[in-house]
Design a protein around this ligand. Structure first.
Ligand code: KG4
Ligand code: ZN
Length: 383
């Protein structure tokens, strides 16, 4: 069971410490890992790509010794979305606290770290820069190697934390506020993107629809909640399919259909049932995500499917995917909801597998807001 200790600062920032005895130690697995690297590897991980400032200490890739998340969501809610300047400023205020708390909760000091892993893209440039600068400064001051991690690689790797048996290859659906990717994880750090969104990301569609029906930001969790009291069959929304790219997604047509429905209802003086609307919209998104993922697993011949990213915490998506996988005899993996949304433990896990491959970043590591997945920058060298 995952336990979350939570407190809110006077400025509205929520500080969370995520623990679980199960996450902490798994001797059996630690033994497996040692056979790969022949000694324990402990990594300090930092994440600041959007509106969460986070730091974690991860041992041997899958043991989370500490996982500190400082969420600014409440500060951005009043603006209906993330305000980049506010995000950067809050990251600067919170990052040292998060790093110190992560080390002390893990019972470690910087000297115990084998590497410092940090998200360097994609994300908001000003937000990314805070984590990257922190990690570079710590690396420069201590001589501890630096490893730049791709944010999506982090989301995918969140699946390794609680699922000790999960090893590549498998198919992973990555659905977050900025991405909707269907990825074949061929090996650790080796990805083939087989489908992606043509327009809005899944989380973006949730956020925009929630705003349109007055549920507020962030929309995903609010729609998830409202949909529990709604009828998913109440309104038939379109399920976009793209003929020449069967694994690609498109959510902007669905979003427009929802907006049209709202406008028409208003013009006709009809009251909108928000719960039915939320449930029907959510079903349209979930149906497409499940259909594409199951087709990919089947056609690529894999027997494992994982989901990742903020939208992977959606209860309807988790239930529908679980059901579809059980029917097709596919093993289904998903992180706990708190590990689906942004956190640094997932960055530590991804960083560990990069570390084993000998990947190191130079002190010229920079934030790359639109960093493509699987595209190693020249500043990396594999030892
Ligand atoms: O992965 P994440 O924390 O940040 C990005 O990398 O984008 O994802 C945030 C996104 C937001 O769009 C949020 O509305 C969505 O994930 N989200 C959800 C749920 N929880 C978060 N969407 C649907 N259902 C949820 N329960
Ligand atoms: Zn994310």
């Amino acid at each position: 069971m995952i336990k979350i200790d939570q407190k809110t600062d006077e400025d509205g920032v929520i500080m969370m410490s995520v623990h679980s005895e199960e996450l902490k130690l798994h001797h059996e697995h630690a033994e497996n890992v040692k056979s790969v690297s022949d000694r324990e590897i402990t990594i300090l991980a930092i994440e600041s790509s959007c509106d969460e400032t986070a730091a974690a200490v991860v041992r041997n890739g899958r043991e989370v010794l500490s996982n500190i998340i400082s969420s600014q969501i409440a500060l951005h809610t009043v603006y209906g979305g993330v305000v980049p300047e506010i995000a950067s400023r809050k990251h600067i205020e919170k990052i040292n606290y998060c790093v110190t708390a992560a080390l002390s909760e893990a019972g470690k000091t910087l000297k115990d770290m084998d590497a410092i892993a940090v998200t360097y893209g994609p994300g908001l440039v000003g937000a990314l820069l805070v984590g990257v600068s922190e990690a570079k400064a710590l690396s420069f001051a201590t001589g501890i190697p630096l490893i730049g991690v791709h944010h999506i690689e982090g989301h995918i790797s969140a699946n390794f934390i609680e699922n000790r048996d999960l090893e590549p290859p498998f198919v992973c659906l990555v659905v977050s506020g900025g991405h909707s990717h269907l990825v074949v994880v061929k090996d650790y750090g080796e990805y083939e993107i087989i489908g992606q969104t043509r327009d809005d990301a899944a989380g973006e569609a949730f956020d925009k629809v929630a705003r349109a029906i007055g549920l507020g930001y962030p929309g995903g969790p609010k729609i998830d909640l409202a949909a529990r009291d709604g009828n998913p069959q109440a309104i038939q929304f379109p399920h976009a399919r793209i003929d020449d790219a069967q694994y690609d997604f498109s959510f902007s047509g669905l979003k427009s259909a929802v907006l049209n429905y709202i406008n028409q209802s208003r013009m006709q003086g009809q009251e909108i049932n928000k719960n039915d609307l939320a449930a029907s919209f959510q079903k349209a998104v979930v149906d497409v995500l499940v259909e594409h993922s199951m087709r990919a697993v089947k056609e690529y011949g894999y027997d494992k499917l994982a989901i990742a990213g903020g939208v992977a915490s959606n209860s309807a998506l988790r239930a529908a995917m679980q059901h579809a996988c059980a029917e097709q005899g596919v093993k289904f993996y998903r992180p706990s909801p708190v590990l689906c949304t942004d956190n640094a433990a997932m960055i530590g896990t991804a960083g560990y597998y990069e570390y084993l491959k000998g990947v190191r970043s130079g002190l010229d590591l920079n934030a790359v807001p639109n960093l493509p997945l699987g595209d190693r920058e020249r500043r990396f060298h594999v030892m």
